[in-house]
Design a protein around this ligand. Structure first.
Ligand SMILES: [Zn+2]
Length: 89
């Protein structure tokens, strides 16, 4: 069986400037790049700005491993068989 690596989450840990020792974990959507910061400021806080401008450093990236579909099974799926009937092959 084959496995496919998929990025399940990207998180940047930004230090809080109001609370020393505290962090804001800003999540970035791996699909569309949308950012979600848990701090009270809504929409474009400086934590998100730090990521956009490259000041946030490296993100924590989680990768999940999923079994890749069996290529043989995919080729004889229902849809594939119908298409083959239509084309009379
Ligand atoms: Zn924030």
């Amino acid at each position: 069986m084959q496995f496919k690596n998929t990025i399940s989450s990207i998180t940047y840990r930004i230090p809080s400037d109001s609370q020393p020792g505290a962090f804001h974990d800003v999540a970035v959507d791996p699909e569309d790049g949308r950012m979600t910061c848990p701090c009270p400021a809504r929409g474009g806080c400086w934590h998100e700005k730090a990521i956009r401008t490259g000041l946030a450093g490296k993100p924590i990236v989680r990768v999940s491993q999923r079994p890749a579909p069996d290529p043989v099974r995919v080729s004889i799926s229902e849809a594939g068989r119908e298409l083959a009937d239509m084309l009379q092959v």
